[in-house]
Design a protein around this ligand. Sequence first.
Ligand code: AMP
Ligand code: MG
Length: 540
Amino acid sequence: MTSSDLIPTIMNSQLDQLTFDNRFVRELPADPETFNNRRQVIGACYSRVLPTPVAKPQLVAYSREVAALLDLPEEICKSDDFVQVFAGNRPAKGMEAYATCYGGHQFGYWAGQLGDGRAINLGEVINKQGEHWTLQLKGAGPTPYSRTADGLAVLRSSVREFLCSEAMHHLGVPTTRALSVILTGETVIRDMFYDGNPKAEPGAVVCRVAPSFTRFGNFQILTARKDIALLKKLVDFTIRTDFPHLGEPSPDIYIAWYAEICRRTAEMIVHWQRVGFVHGVMNTDNMSILGLTIDYGPYGWLENFDLNWTPNTTDAAERRYRFGNQPQIAFWNLGQLANAIYPLVEQVEPLQEALNVYAETFEQGRQTMIAGKLGFNAFDPATDEELTVELLSVLELVETDMTIFYRQLAMIPTQDSVSDEALMLPLMPAYYVPEQLTADYKNRLVNWLKSYIKRVQRDALPDKARRERMNAVNPNYVLRNYLAQLAIDKAEQGDFSMVNELLELLRHPYDEQPGKEEFAAKRPDWARQRPGCSMLSCSS
Ligand code: AMP
Ligand code: MG
């Protein structure tokens, strides 16, 4: 063996050419302690900590769009050096690894310090357009914030986070992105349903990418500790870096900033309700200050439309984070953020007014969303509120696939002369239990469809134009829970083809993709009760 064999990988890697501008670590105070033990971190926004090297990293998938955001050519993503860097085995030039300190309300209760327990930021890349993108590894080993856990992530949850981040982006939903998912070659012990059945599972690391990963909880922890000087520092930093258009920080700007967070959060929630996404764990530590969907854990997609549904078994009793409750929870979380920044404003009223921006934006967004989903020129409160209420009741009466229903609603004949059966026919693929389609149910559905057609006729929009309008906001393909699970089953056997097939499919969720019809079909019956398909826990 020569001495050069010992030099790890490539010297002149293209990853070493990335330009880093690590503002977070440069401008905010660091934890003076650098030893990697679990602790309370006071007076600092982050701790320096290196990813734990892994035995045998292997690429599962990468996103070419995210690579492009970082100006990374695709060949690089296939190189061994890429795998080493994004498994956490080698820092590229300019990277400065750190975990951030945050707290949060979990399931409605203040939980104290949480922090990046298994996320390690690598730094902020500036791309050719001058945009900043923070790179973050999830599952790269323990940090001072790991509490009693191991800092690791399993392949199933990593594939779910990777695919859903990209799927959401292509659906037009604000979200953090994912560059890569890499197997570590090591196993991780997880008790998936906390029922005393721990199992060794393959470990993995996802590289997440976002302008920043700052959460409501990053501010909350500082206020909880009465560290108002540092709170001001972090707020000013966040405004200058993530919200530069607002201008120089001042008490007025704090309020404008908070109002913008309220607006962005409302817009995000409208999108979730539009596509049938249920986050599953809307704790305040899982709320991005940028209004991005963040922390994909026990999330799920509505199959049969059910306002009470949550995929998260940990929340099965209370259902705090059920589909229909997401708008209220976001509002509650924003209230907690208002409490956190209150010491910088010291007036309740302007914060209250700004919080009203959430309700107004949500209501406006909801109306526009409904008009889009139903293909109207605009939402007309005089008629459309009643129409919507009845539609949601009809959808909940029997098991009705939400995605298929809206997509097929675009196909119904709108001439006056058609029979009831012909009117309902396009919707039949949306139903899970044919026996539920009783005469009473059909009557109610037909009545609704007839009012809907009358409403559509009022807009005098040609069917084709209405269909196009609806199909632009009603996806044909979503990351159905059972599809993700099938891709995971294969990946656990070393076959990554379905992960990549779904990644490709979900790049164009609104299109009809010939040959891919099965991915748009309703959940097969075998998946109804299968873990991972219908039930998920926080164990990941
Ligand atoms: P979550 O419910 O996944 O948003 O996580 C809540 C808190 O637990 C955050 O501080 C996470 O970083 C931390 N956490 C979750 N899973 C792990 C893990 N396997 N190891 C260390 N910390 C974790
Ligand atoms: Mg989290």
